[in-house]
Ligand binder design. Structure first.
Ligand SMILES: [Zn+2]
Length: 194
């Protein structure tokens, strides 16, 4: 087996460290969906699918800020990525609003350097969820302002909207969504190498 352990794709010049942050957890369950399902469970399921896909890509090393239902502080989440000297931090959330008719996908960034990355991931994500495209927005969420690396926060859809939530809780929709997130991340880094 002469090629064992060798990186076969010759173009892989660098491995990018990607930190996937499953929003909420433990004493902070996050939003309550229409069905009573909590946001922390959704974000963990989707994050694990994203990490599984990232690990199949030779150009990425994937990390998680939590791997079970435990509480991790907002500063600590960003710090995990900073300590790793990560290339990108992607925080995954499900949205909530008092009006159950409000639905859609939105992506947040804070530092201007993160905007092209946010756009790339959002484009894939919004197209794939099939939800209303609510766009890319700048906001000073703590996990973003404390990050020293590219950082985005994805609000995949509204757990308080029955239609969004039904999709978000389906395994098939989660697999497609995870694929879209990874495609967006990959596109950004591949384009940067060219
Ligand atoms: Zn959240």
């Amino acid at each position: 087996m002469p090629y064992k352990n060798e990186a076969t794709p010759s173009k892989v010049s660098q491995r990018y460290k990607i930190v996937i942050d499953a929003g909420h957890g433990g004493k902070d369950p996050g939003a309550e969906g229409v069905s009573g399902n909590r946001e922390q469970a959704y974000t963990l399921e989707l994050s694990m699918k994203v990490v599984d896909l990232l690990q199949k890509e030779p150009m990425f090393e994937a990390y998680m800020t939590r791997t079970d239902n435990t509480f991790v502080g907002l500063e600590d989440r960003a710090q995990i990525a900073n300590d790793l000297d990560a290339d990108a931090f992607v925080s995954i959330h499900g949205n909530t609003y008092t009006d159950p008719d409000v639905s859609g996908t939105e992506t947040y960034y804070y530092a201007d350097e993160s905007l092209p990355f946010a756009r790339e991931v959002h484009e894939q994500l919004a197209e794939t969820t099939g939800f209303k495209d609510r766009g890319v927005k700048k906001e000073g969420w703590k996990v973003l302002t404390n990050s020293n690396n590219l950082a985005v926060l994805l609000e995949v859809g509204f757990l308080t909207n029955r239609s969004d939530e039904t999709n978000m809780l389906s395994d098939m929709h989660q697999n497609r969504t995870a694929g879209a997130i990874v495609k967006g991340i990959k596109k950004y880094f591949v384009d940067r190498e060219d």
